[in-house]
Design a binder for this molecule. Structure first.
Ligand SMILES: [Fe+2]
Length: 165
């Protein structure tokens, strides 16, 4: 083609739902790629039946402006594998106020050791279990959401409503 963009590049761009601009840069079109938005790839299920779903635990009584502990656990009832090849890499915690349009990330907790070693896979001395505790303070009611990442099975989420007194 005479604009410097090859037919192959154009075909490739159309497959991924993008358009190649004159300079050969791929750009996404709003509204045309809804099937590939990241939210559509985040799975959810009952944490008692699905080992990837993060369980969120909070106190029964939460007072506005007073710190409390949020515990996030993957695999509390059904343990998830924790090996060099298959592990939970992180859990992130978010809060969406009931009257707000935007979500806040409260924290992201990485699990970095899964038995890796110079001796080989699963021969290491340490493993990080996918459990994290966060101390947070809320001034309003809303929803806490945890998202976990498995290196094999992707993103999983769960949410819990929070009413502050
Ligand atoms: Fe997994």
């Amino acid at each position: 083609m005479d604009n410097g963009v090859s037919r192959r590049e154009l075909l490739k761009a159309s497959v991924i739902g993008a358009t190649v601009a004159m300079g050969g840069i791929a750009t996404a079109h709003a509204g045309e790629t809804t099937d590939v938005r990241i939210g559509n790839s985040v799975k959810s299920a009952d944490w008692k039946k699905e080992k990837h779903v993060p369980l969120i635990e909070i106190p029964q009584m939460i007072k506005a402006g007073e710190p409390f502990i949020v515990t996030m656990t993957v695999g509390k009832d059904i343990p998830h594998p924790n090996t060099t090849e298959h592990f939970i890499g992180w859990i992130a915690l978010y809060f969406k106020p009931e009257s707000g349009a935007f979500i806040t990330q409260l924290g992201k907790y990485e699990f970095s050791a899964h038995g890796e070693s110079s001796l080989g896979a699963n021969k290491g001395s340490s493993y990080a279990d996918p459990c994290a505790m966060a101390k947070v303070k809320l001034n309003t009611s809303g929803t806490l959401t945890a998202v976990s990442y498995c290196n094999i099975h992707g993103l999983w989420e769960s949410s819990i409503p929070v009413t502050v007194a």
